[in-house]
Design a protein. Structure first.
Length: 465
């Protein structure tokens, strides 16, 4: 969501006559978009702002702004703390950035963090022709914003506001425009993305929203859209239609990022997650019945206030039962204004670090086992560009959202003509702990999708077919 907000702000500035600078040293305007999910990101902002005093001193005419969740959380306290900061804007006020830049040029220091329930905040200009897309072939598409769940550890309802869904027709219009620009993969965004339209449906309001599964089906019918993804869903909002969609909509990628946070029912209740580990496992089973080869990733928190070793072991056991392909895992971070911040102390930091390392070691085993199960398969990647591995390799992602690296020139020499944004058929040749390694088969080479051995190597995971 923050990455997409950054794209929106950059695009707005392009529409007002700005162009991207090659470096901070060459920039006239610098905007920092922030996250406040964890304390570490907030502290990084303060460190960056301190370092930028010299950037501003070199040329007092430069303009410095801060937006995003820390801006929404702290407001004008940021202006009082950092005298060289020119403006602050919240998550509902992206459209105001060009005007705030102009005001800063006249010596005004502004803070705009008021919340808005107006759909106007979604009405932003189409991509400027001079704004180069950083991810050719794929794009984010906001369908809803905000969260009404108020999990005890999470600051998002304070920084993003309450749930609001865009009308389906506006979403469809943006998707068609993206497809016309050559986009073939869309990722639908929302804090609880599969809650899209739920309040309107429950209250019988005619606001132009629809069921989330229905929206997915309509988007899949747009010519040129080959892949659909969505993030991040909440386990509570998977209705039977959405579960079935994973088996019925070919464009819907076989990957779900399904945050669980903990495998302990006691901790889940304290987190206010509103489901049990058993209910989560049943949802996973339902999804895999609809799409047997589904790859499931998750979010996990260790060291939550009151978490015991028994609670932590319950999380490891759920990991074994589900067999997560990958996970984002973190030590609990106390956030201001949340219910958990008022609870008992979290485990000792050394204990939390130990648990995080044990969890991540287990996850590495699962990820490598999954990657090894993919060797010999044929798949299709959306090429992103040069691989981080270097060595003349390219990189792309397959439908399961796994990174696939491949040589820039294969045996037939055909990959050298590949460009970012292309869809390319490859065969998985090797597995590493972090990615897959593929190759474009030579002409006439047999490419048969191998059955997976992941179920044999990881307990609780059904065989892929």
């Amino acid at each position: 969501m923050n990455s997409h907000d950054t794209e929106k702000v950059a695009n707005l500035l392009h529409h007002h006559g700005f162009a991207a600078a090659a470096s901070e040293a060459e920039a006239d305007v610098l905007v920092i978009n922030t996250c406040s999910i964890r304390e570490k990101a907030e502290h990084r902002l303060y460190s960056d702002l301190g370092a930028l005093r010299e950037w501003k001193r070199v040329d007092p005419g430069r303009v410095l702004g801060v937006g995003g969740c820390v801006a929404q959380q702290e407001g004008d306290r940021l202006l009082r703390r950092f005298s060289h900061l020119d403006f602050v804007f919240g998550t509902h006020n992206l459209r105001l950035v060009p005007a705030m830049v102009a005001a800063a040029g006249q010596g005004e220091r502004l803070c705009r963090t008021e919340e808005s329930r107006s759909l106007e905040r979604f009405d932003l200009p189409e991509r400027h022709p001079d704004y180069a897309r950083t991810t050719p072939g794929r794009a984010f598409l906001t369908v809803m914003e905000g969260c009404d769940m108020f999990c005890s550890f999470c600051i998002v309802p304070r920084t993003r506001g309450r749930e609001i869904s865009r009308p389906a027709d506006a979403i469809m219009a943006e998707a068609r425009a993206l497809a016309a620009q050559g986009i073939c993969e869309l990722t639908l965004l929302g804090q609880t993305v599969n809650a899209y339209g739920r309040h309107d449906l429950r209250r019988g309001h005619q606001t132009g929203t629809t069921r989330f599964a229905t929206l997915l089906g309509r988007l899949a019918e747009i010519p040129g859209i080959r892949r659909l993804r969505y993030t991040s869903p909440h386990p509570l909002f998977f209705d039977p239609e959405l579960v079935r969609a994973h088996g019925e909509i070919p464009a819907l990628c076989p990957h779900v990022h399904l945050p669980v946070q903990s495998g302990s029912d006691r901790v889940l209740e304290s987190m206010r997650r509103r489901y049990t580990a058993g209910a989560y496992q049943r949802l996973v089973d339902d999804l895999r019945r609809a799409r047997p080869d589904l790859a499931i990733t998750t979010d996990l928190i260790v060291g939550f206030p009151g978490e015991t070793e028994e609670d932590f072991q319950a999380t490891l056991e759920l990991m074994r039962q589900v067999g997560f392909v990958d996970s984002f895992s973190f030590k609990y971070s106390r956030r201001p204004g949340t219910a958990a911040a008022r609870e008992s102390e979290a485990p000792d930091p050394r204990c939390a670090q130990d648990r995080l390392e044990r969890l991540q070691n287990l996850q590495r085993e699962f990820t490598l086992a999954y990657h090894r199960s993919r060797v010999g398969e044929s798949t299709e990647i959306l090429v992103e560009g040069e691989s981080r591995r270097g060595e003349g390799q390219l990189q792309g992602r397959d439908p399961y959202h796994r990174v696939v690296n491949l040589a820039a020139r294969d045996e037939a020499g055909s990959v050298s003509q590949v460009s970012p944004g292309d869809l390319l058929a490859v065969e998985i040749r090797e597995a590493t702990p972090h990615s897959l390694i593929g190759a474009v088969p030579s002409a006439g080479e047999s490419r048969v999708k191998a059955s997976s051995r992941f179920a044999d190597e990881t307990a609780g995971v059904p065989a892929r077919t």
